[in-house]
Each structure stands twice: as C-alpha cells, then as structure tokens.
Design a protein around this ligand. Structure first.
Ligand code: EPU
Length: 338
C-alpha cells in the first residue's frame, strides 16, 4: 500500500481534467484494501475508487481518499470444452489485456478491442461495442467490501448488468473495490460480424472467415475513423447513453424528423442514436472553453486542451437542453460526474 498526498489526477483521467486528490492510495492487492480499512485515519474516511479514469468527469478536487486500483496479472485459468476462462487483475489496461488474449490464441474479446480504461472498470459500466457487451463474455469477479474488508466473488446475476450499467453503479456504488475479473470466452470461437461497419469490411475485403486478429484490426480502423484517441485528445468515450423510448415517443420524433436513426429492440421499445440527435441539433465542433463536441462523432465530448470539468458540464447541459427542446428527449450522461 503506497500513499501520496496532494496527488494530481490530470494523468489519471482520460479527459485530462485537472483535480487534486488530498490522499491517494495505490492498491496492489486485496490485502492493501484491508490495510486501508484498518488504518487509524484512512479507515474512517470516505473512499473514492478510481480505475482507469476513462469514464469520469472531474469537476472539483476530490476530498475522499482515492483508491487507485493497480492489481496486476493475467492468466488462462481453465480450458473447458465449451470455453476458455481467463482472469485479469483490475489494474491491467483493457486494450493491452484484449491484445494479450488474442496473442495467446484466446479469442472472444476482439470486438471490445481498444476501449480505453482498465479491466476493473469494464464490468462497472458493462462496456460494449460493435455488437458485443462485457456481459456476453463475463464469468465472475472478485470484489473487496469496503466496510468489512472481505473478498466476495460475484457471478453475472449479482452484477445485474444492464446497458452501460451494473450493480456497481447502483446498490454497490462506492462500496466495493473490484480486484480481479474472469472472462468466459466461448469455444469454438465464432466471429460477431453483425454490426453494419463490420459487414462493410467483409464486403470490401472479400473475406468470409476472418481470423480474430483480423476482426480486432477492423475494429481498430472503425474506431480510429470515428473516435478520438484519449492519448492524443482527452475524452471519456460516448458522453451520453443512447436513449430508449416507447414506440409512441419514436413516432412523435419521426414526425419531427423522419430521418432519425432508430433501432427497434426485442421488447418492443426503440433505441435512438444519441449521436444523431445531437448532430441534428448542429453541435458538432461547438465548444465551451477547452471542451468541445468531437467533429467526427457528436456523442463524444473532447478536451481540446486546457479544459476544466465545469466547461465539460456546461457544454453537456447545453446539449441536453437543445436535444430536449427539439425532440423532447432527455439525454442521460454516461460517465460519472465527480
Ligand atoms: N450518428 C450521427 N452523427 C453523429 C454520430 C452518430 O448521425 O455525430 C449516427 C450514425 O451515423 C449511426 C448512429 O448515429 O447511424 C450510431 O452511431 P455509431 O454507430 O457511431 O454508434 P453510437 O450509438 O454512437 C455506440 C456506443 C459506443 C460504441 C458504438 C459501437 C453508446 C452510448 N455508445 O455508439 O460506445 O463504440 O456504439 O458499438 O452506447 C462508449 O460507450 O463510450 C462508446 C464509445
């Protein structure tokens, strides 16, 4: 357990927003969490768990004790007839972990390639992209309870995954530290190529049976065309969730603009493309201070340099108001605002 005081969090959040943690503790193991809990001062202070910082907007200094999860390690745990079970420490970088699985001949995560953040943060918001969500590849995870210090193993049911949602954003928010995550990669591997842009890659290349690495390379190309690399331009991925509406609401919106991008869901509701709604309101490229709407994907807010959290929030609120005014839809933010 390593403790720092007055730690600058700018490099620990993918938006690159400035904020200071009064106390930051590096957590390398479950035992480190228990050391914090048993510590005479730190034990009683409120805690804030920081993963890869790829899904937060820091608007102020953080008075809580920041627990920076740095549990490392990755391994193939078991080979079953129908799946490989792979485990990774919560502090591992997600993109490097996915590439490692591919290098080991353990495919299944390739559609989730290049999503910024850490392994430990991946179940919190049930990351998803290009037709695959974390819950489709999830086995179980270990999490330390911040009150008792006990490590618990949680399976998919207890994690209560939803669209960019889980129990860790709801009932267990701020109450546990995820230390290890296990993935279930189904055998035999079958590529997931239903997403329209992947279909286009198939047609362009003429491949009918792409290898897992080929799919990962396509995902990389698709992402680079639309999404900014946080190492180059700070961002937190999609800033808003795609709203789900009733068929009546959808008809109302089609009445306002017949070109609205929408996808019917199996339960009869309809998912709308938030990026399209924002784009239709003319937001691409607009800015507040250093915060701006990304030119190539209106769902992503970026730090053009020197942005502060309140500028990001002011921009986000203005977008929400304008989308509400034009379409009657309230957009929900995806990252956590601190
Ligand atoms: N669109 C526009 N203008 C825009 C942006 C999008 O018209 O500025 C339209 C597109 O043309 C497309 C539709 O909106 O018809 C959907 O766009 P896209 O395929 O880029 O996906 P998305 O719904 O905007 C979601 C996820 C992304 C994920 C992609 C691919 C959410 C909130 N976002 O974006 O996840 O990578 O699908 O699966 O669900 C993230 O969560 O951080 C994230 C990046």
């Amino acid at each position: 357990m390593q403790t720092e005081y007055g730690a600058n969090l700018r490099h620990y959040n993918s938006f690159g927003l400035p904020a200071v943690a009064q106390t930051l503790v590096r957590i390398a193991s479950d035992a480190d969490v228990r050391r914090v809990i048993d510590h005479p001062q730190l034990g009683t202070s409120p805690k804030f768990v920081l993963g890869g910082g790829s899904n937060i907007v820091l608007t102020r200094d953080v008075p809580q004790v920041v627990l920076k999860v740095e549990v490392m390690g990755r391994q193939l745990l078991r080979e079953q007839d129908d799946a490989w079970i792979v485990e990774a420490g919560a502090g591992e970088q997600w993109p490097a972990f996915v590439q490692w699985t591919l290098d080991q001949g353990l495919p299944g995560l390739e559609n989730l390639s290049f999503i910024p953040g850490t392994v430990g943060a991946s179940p919190v918001q049930n990351i998803g992209a290009y037709g695959v969500e974390l819950q489709d590849r999830f086995d179980s995870l270990d999490a330390v309870d911040l009150r008792t210090g006990l490590t618990r193993t949680l399976g998919p049911r207890l994690c209560a995954f939803g669209y960019r949602d889980s129990v860790f954003k709801q009932a267990l928010a701020g109450r546990t530290v995820i230390t290890r995550v296990r993935f279930r990669l189904p055998r035999p591997w079958r590529p997931q190529l239903g997403y329209m842009e992947l279909q286009r890659k198939l047609e362009e290349t003429g491949f009918s049976q792409p290898e897992p690495q080929q799919v990962a390379d396509w995902i990389g190309a698709i992402r680079r065309a639309k999404l900014p690399d946080p190492a180059v331009m700070g961002n937190a991925g999609s800033f808003f969730k795609n709203p789900v509406v009733t068929p009546e609401q959808c008809r109302d919106i089609i009445g306002r603009d017949p070109t609205v991008v929408h996808y019917p869901l199996p339960d009869g509701s309809v998912k709308l493309a938030a990026g399209w709604l924002i784009d239709a309101c003319g937001w691409k490229g607009k800015s507040v201070g250093g915060a701006a709407v990304y030119e190539r994907q209106a769902l992503v807010l970026v730090n053009r340099g020197g942005a502060i959290g309140s500028e990001v929030l002011t921009l986000a609120r203005a977008i929400q108001e304008s989308v509400y005014g034009r379409f009657g839809i309230r957009l929900e933010t995806e990252p956590m605002v601190v």
